[in-house]
Ligand binder design. Structure first.
Ligand SMILES: CC(C)(COP(=O)(O)OP(=O)(O)OC[C@H]1O[C@@H](n2cnc3c(N)ncnc32)[C@H](O)[C@@H]1OP(=O)(O)O)[C@@H](O)C(=O)NCCC(=O)NCCS
Length: 389
């Protein structure tokens, strides 16, 4: 029998390889290819529908690009996808030397190469090309005309992406188990003050102009105290809506018999602390996690305020544990907890420890601000789960 005539694959360093935005058909083809690792409990068609649903959210509608590495000598419409990824444009803030600037960045996600093409240098080539392209991609309207940084979350450790400039940043978390028990008392603040937050409450209490203005002020003050440039992804309402679109899609598919998950967080008005969350439904029980996307609170100014805040946070966490149980989730997880939050966790579980991740969800940031006189180092503020994409 004569073997089928399989075209030889190009080398990863071939001058013919180009990185281009995918056509809509190529985007669907790349989602189909990566479905084997990322479809979770969904079938392929439903997974594609989920990706389209996310694409159509406000956060991503105009800012998402699906990139493919192809052989530039192949005709468009008939190109072999050698490797692929997505980038999401996001609003950001940059603080340096007592000034705060509006900025823009890209998050990189879904870096993928099909199993039979792996080890040929395609992903490396794609990321080399991408790192250069992203500096100016869709940056025409930005004051500096360039992205000074881009981010990604590595699931393959700390080394691979570092070779292209995405340096690992703090990647820690704490975990609490789902629990059915009654809510925790807020101590002095009283048990009744923990309240559920619905989407509009999150908008009002966590994403208002006043909250963002406060963030700008804090970044401004911090930048006067140290010369290291500081960046943050703006924690706007669109981010949370994007995460919720994901949980709502899953809930509709997996729990069509029950109402959608409308409780999006919990807060305490007296202690002025709020958090918002997102339910993640995966393939294994361990993947079923209620992630706290973001916390908002004012720094306490006295010991008494600190105690009230810690108790309120503990009660909110207990509410989150309860919500996780309600949805059959395994754990509650939150990233890079500040010391006050760590104290709150100890109220619930004295043995809980901060976990430093070495392999998955490594927050990584590529900084090019040094080329613009902003120094070699950068601090990533609000390195919380809401920034994940
Ligand atoms: C990661 C991935 C994109 C690499 O694609 P590739 O085209 O084979 O990569 P390249 O040939 O350019 O480079 C290979 C390098 O990838 C790195 N790599 C691949 N898989 C890895 C893993 N699971 N853990 C750590 N490093 C890994 C290695 O550093 C390897 O380097 P080596 O050649 O020195 O051993 C591919 O393995 C893949 O699609 N995996 C499944 C999806 C995934 O995990 N994506 C990353 C999400 S953050």
């Amino acid at each position: 029998m004569i073997a089928a005539n399989v075209p030889e694959l190009p080398a990863g360093d071939s001058p013919d390889l180009i990185l281009v935005p995918a056509t809509p058909e190529e985007r669907t083809a790349s989602i189909k290819l990566n479905s084997i690792v990322w479809k979770g409990p969904l079938d392929v068609e439903t997974y594609i529908a989920r990706e389209d649903h996310l694409y159509n959210q406000r956060l991503t509608r105009d800012g998402l690009t699906c990139w493919i590495l192809v052989d530039g000598t192949e005709p468009e419409g008939d190109r072999t996808i050698l490797s692929s990824c997505e980038t999401y444009q996001k609003k950001a803030l940059l603080a340096h030397d007592g000034q705060v600037e509006d900025a823009s960045t890209h998050g990189v996600g879904s870096v993928y190469c099909r199993p039979e093409f792996r080890g040929k240098g395609y992903a490396k080539r794609m990321l080399e090309e991408l790192s250069r392209k992203l500096d100016t991609w869709h940056m025409e309207k930005q004051p500096r005309g360039r992205a000074l940084f881009t981010i990604l979350f590595s699931d393959i450790g700390k080394k691979f992406y570092a070779q292209f400039g995405w340096r690992p940043f703090l990647s820690s978390h704490m975990v609490l188990p789902a629990r059915a028990e009654e809510p925790l008392s807020n101590g002095a603040a009283g048990k009744s003050v923990t309240r559920d937050l619905y989407a509009e409450d999150v908008r009002t209490n966590m994403c208002s102009d006043a909250v963002i203005a406060k963030l700008r002020d804090q970044m401004c003050v911090a930048s006067k105290l140290s010369h290291v440039a500081k960046v943050a992804i703006v924690p706007d309402f669109d981010h949370f809506v994007w995460h919720w679109a994901r949980e709502e899609f899953f809930a509709q598919e997996l729990f069509s018999h029950r109402p959608p998950p409308t409780i999006k967080g919990a807060g305490n008005d007296a202690a002025r602390v709020y958090c918002t969350w997102n339910r993640n439904f995966g393939e294994t029980p361990e993947d079923n996690v209620l992630y706290i996307l973001r916390w908002v609170y004012d720094e306490p100014t006295s010991q008494e305020e600190e105690q009230t805040l810690v108790q309120a946070m503990a009660a909110i966490l207990r509410r989150a544990q309860h919500e996780a149980k309600e949805w059959g989730l395994h754990t509650v997880e939150f990233w890079n907890p500040e010391p006050l939050l760590q104290q709150a966790v100890k109220v619930l579980d004295p043995d809980a420890e901060v976990v430093h991740r070495e392999k998955t969800s490594i927050s990584s940031l590529r900084w090019t601000g040094d080329e613009h006189g902003l120094g070699q180092d950068v601090e990533w503020l609000l390195n919380e789960k809401y920034t994940w994409c």
